[in-house]
Design a protein around this ligand. Structure first.
Ligand code: PEP
Ligand code: MG
Length: 845
């Protein structure tokens, strides 16, 4: 028990006393770590400022945490940025748990070295459980001798709500990291950071450009305006601060697997709605989702609130807002359960925003000033939108729309407004900017197309519109909102045009084209469950790439012939602890069960490089893409690979499971795993052996395909990595995105070489990289000798339809020609020409 009574904190060094706000470090100066004082020391020894117990001495011996007999807990931190000295020049004179007397030496340090090699000698003395104590200076700023009274520390009653900081227990950790998320810390990465931080008891903050935000607040994090490659500081306070820090550093420096490099987009693109076009009745916008539509215009307005005279009763309004928020949270959670991977990330972000302390505090504060729940919420959200819009980062500005969505949803709930208005089926909806939930509501109403005055092609509405197949243009400018709503219009989202004065013939054309496309998709879908054979009778397996059971179900619906690649690393990305063998088995088995009677290729874990797992921290590497990744990790951590192989061997029926090894670069790696599978299967009394294949994603593997095929049952080409390693261009480099093209003739030659060598040994070759999903590449791949294509699930029907139009001999001639071209661009042109000359129009996408 601590007695909470008053105590004197005496100077731990001789030197100059400074107010904390004068410490040359914003984290200390801004009070993030807690309240306190600082000394610029003249002594090379840190003394105990009071009698107490050493909670711990920092591993790098630059700081001591001490608990006084009145229960106050202190961080005595020698200098600034001294953690970087890694203990050099510091000697600990006490141990963790040791009882110390006032004035007892705690640390000795080399004053000159620390002064030379750290940012500053100024030493912050921080009260860590500041909500329970008040501090009164016992002397003015200026010189002090060791042992002289510095502060009076007194316990205070604290019946008030405990602040997040109150759980801080005398441990802190901080580190710098470059943010790797494409587009910076926008909503989804911010939500990921929050989710990561929440797994720990520590309180965490991000500091950037003189501002800071708690990791609890998605809007606060976004409000820091952190761009990709910006360096931020992470500070964690609490007993698990070290692990929390490591997890956050990793979350910030690892782009999410489904993030694509995004070219900067401008929020409102001046697309040229000049007078001539307007006279012709054409408005131009940016394609967010392609397609054609025609129908009546329908305008969807945002909710405007009447002026609020104030004077509401705060308790009542607090209750109304909290019930409204709870209702919306429940609705968003339901949406979350029913969406696929990409869409669920959007709604998970919304859920995080609905719990955002910065937003909630602002809203409840406004209620306490007498505002209504609706106005308070609306104002809090709009203020945050303004922050995001003024950061000068187009991607963050787009995320303001997610906030407006939440404004709208909560207002609808609070006001009971029937906004699920009577949108005529097939209507072209115009709006300043729609929100994701508006979009889902409109899809349910059978909307024909969507046009927004604002917005960008990377917004969440755009992602949803694409995934729902609704034609959508954004950034049409404010002229859109002045359009008279009295007749049918045509939306040609393929070409970025909204035609306001289409004649009857044009409307008819659009209708006909739509019907043709719809029927084509229907035809493809009807045939999707049948095997795909070329005109000359060669069977090509069209499987799907999946990362979850839901993806596998989608693949099954789309007629996939199996799973060509299950990326097992993605099954466990959102965990902070390693999955057990049983958990792995159940995840793999569920994918097999979603694909009755079809083969499922399961790739052993492929982390490292651009893919990181929280529960599997890998050592930092100078060049991670060339480091410990793929099968090399299995060699370095055999227990991990063994555990996964044991789980794979328990799959039923084992005959449907094929194991695939990533990043193989020589035959020895394959032979070692085969031997391991044999040993583990024998141990478990299993006589059957699953087929074992290798990925061809490194040039050395393609060059040694013959030797690999002697020991493997099949080969699967990973064109994503094969491009990266062949062209020496980072596959995630936004500036090189257009050039990392797997249709490069050099890649085609490696693919041809792989297929020829495998065929010699009687093995089949598939492609599971993204090139397999590109309809322009289908003929070329078949011509090169590929016999299995593993594609994204919605692409299965179209790729199968195209295969049925092809003749293998023609494809082979095409492939020969392509390999002699000089660039990926020329290859693409030649593929286009081939498609128009050889394929029936309906087989061309
Ligand atoms: C590839 O490299 O093409 C591949 C399929 O593997 P991943 O994209 O998972 O690295
Ligand atoms: Mg790969």
């Amino acid at each position: 028990m601590h007695n909470n009574k008053q105590m004197t904190f005496s100077a731990p060094f001789s030197g100059a006393v400074l107010e904390l706000s004068h410490v040359p470090d914003p984290v200390f100066a801004g009070g993030t770590m807690g309240v306190g004082i600082a000394i610029d020391p003249l002594d090379a020894v840190l003394h105990a400022p009071f009698a107490g117990v050493v909670i711990n001495v920092a591993r790098t011996r630059h700081a001591v945490n001490l608990r006084a007999d009145n229960g106050s807990e202190w961080l005595l931190h020698v200098g600034i940025d001294t953690v970087g000295l890694n203990g050099e020049g510091f000697e600990a004179l006490v141990k963790d748990g040791e009882r110390v007397k006032e004035g007892q030496p705690l640390l000795r340090f080399d004053l000159d070295k620390v002064a030379r090699e750290s940012r500053s000698l100024v030493s912050p003395l921080i009260l860590l459980n500041g909500d329970r104590y008040s501090l009164t200076p016992a002397r003015p700023a200026g010189p002090v001798n060791v042992g002289e009274p510095l502060l009076i520390v007194e316990g205070v009653a604290h019946e008030t709500q405990i602040s997040p900081n109150s759980d801080i227990r005398a441990k802190h950790a901080r580190g710098m990291i470059r943010v790797a998320h494409n587009g910076g810390l926008h909503a989804r990465p911010a939500a990921l950071v929050r989710q990561t931080a929440r797994q720990f008891a520590s309180h965490a903050e991000l500091h950037f450009a003189g501002a800071s935000a708690s990791t609890d607040s998605v809007t606060g994090l976004m409000g820091l305006g952190i761009a990709e490659q910006d360096e931020v500081e992470v500070v964690c306070l609490g007993h698990d601060s070290e692990v929390a820090l490591q997890a956050l550093l990793k979350a910030l420096s690892t782009p999410s697997p489904d993030e694509k490099p995004q070219a900067p987009v401008s929020r409102i693109t001046p697309v040229g709605n000049d007078e001539v076009d307007l006279e012709n009745g054409i408005l131009r916008g940016v394609t967010a989702s392609p397609g054609l539509a025609s129908g009546p215009l329908f305008r969807l307005d945002t909710i405007e609130l009447e002026e609020d005279r104030g004077g509401h009763r705060p308790e009542e309004q607090r209750q109304i807002l909290s019930e409204g928020l709870a209702q919306v949270r429940a609705d968003v959670s339901t949406s979350l359960d029913h969406q696929h991977h990409e869409q669920s990330a959007i709604f998970a972000t919304h859920l995080a925003m609905l719990e955002d302390p910065a937003l909630l505090d602002a809203a409840y504060d406004a209620i306490d000033q007498g505002q209504s729940a609706a106005h308070a919420w609306s104002q809090a959200v709009l203020a945050q939108c303004a922050v995001l819009e003024n950061l000068g980062n187009p991607l963050l500005a787009e995320r303001a729309n997610d906030l407006r969505d939440l404004r709208q949803r909560v207002l609808l709930t609070l006001l009971g407004d029937a906004r699920d208005v009577a949108v005529p089926s097939g209507a072209i909806v115009i709006a300043r900017e729609l929100t994701p939930s508006d979009l889902l509501m409109l899809v349910q109403r059978g909307v024909g197309g969507i046009c927004m005055a604002e917005g960008g092609a990377t917004s969440h509405v755009a992602i949803l519109a694409r995934s729902k197949g609704v034609p959508c243009l954004v950034a049409l400018g404010s002229a859109l909102l002045d359009v008279a709503i009295d007749k049918d219009v045509a939306l040609d989202a393929d070409n970025g045009r909204l035609e306001l004065k289409p004649d009857a013939a044009r409307l008819q054309d659009i209708q006909t084209l739509r019907t043709q496309r719809f029927e084509q998709r229907q035809r493809q879908q009807q045939q999707a469950h049948l095997p795909a054979q070329t005109q000359d009778g060669v069977g090509i397996e069209v499987a799907a790439n999946v990362a979850s059971r839901a993806d596998a179900e989608n693949a099954q619906l789309n007629g996939a012939d199996g799973v060509g690649l299950l990326r097992t690393e993605f099954l466990f990305v959102d965990r902070s602890t390693a999955p057990t063998e049983d958990e792995q088995l159940s995840a793999y088995q569920s994918v097999l069960d979603a694909m009755p009677e079809k083969p499922v290729i399961i790739r052993t874990i492929d982390v490292g490089g651009d893919k990181q797992l929280e529960y599997l921290p890998l050592p930092a590497e100078a060049n991670p893409v060339l480091g410990l990744r793929g099968i090399r990790l299995g060699q370095a951590r055999p227990e991990l690979l063994d555990q996964q192989l044991r789980a794979l061997l328990r799959i039923k029926p084992l005959a449907r499971c094929r194991i695939l090894l990533p990043m193989i670069s020589e035959v020895g790696e394959l032979r070692a795993v085969r031997a391991r599978i044999d040993a583990l299967a024998s141990e478990a009394g299993i006589s059957e052996r699953p087929e074992l294949g290798v990925m061809i994603e490194v040039p050395s593997a393609a060059l040694l395909a013959g030797q690999l095929a002697e020991h493997a049952d099949f080969l699967s080409i990973g064109t994503n990595d094969l491009s990266q390693y062949t062209l020496a261009m980072d596959r995630d480099h936004a500036g090189l995105a257009a050039r990392v093209d797997a249709l490069h003739p050099a890649l085609l030659r490696l693919i041809a070489m792989t297929c020829a060598a495998a065929q010699d040994k009687g093995r089949w070759v598939g492609v599971c990289g993204a090139l397999a999903s590109d309809p322009l590449a289908t003929a070329a791949l078949i011509g090169l000798g590929v016999r299995e294509l593993s594609v994204s699930p919605p692409q299965v029907p179209e790729i199968k339809a195209q295969i049925r139009e092809l003749d293998v001999r023609q494809c082979e001639a095409l492939a020969q020609h392509l390999m002699n071209l000089t660039s990926a661009e020329d290859v693409r042109d030649a593929c286009r020409t081939f498609q128009t000359q050889v394929l029936k129009p309906q087989a061309i996408a």
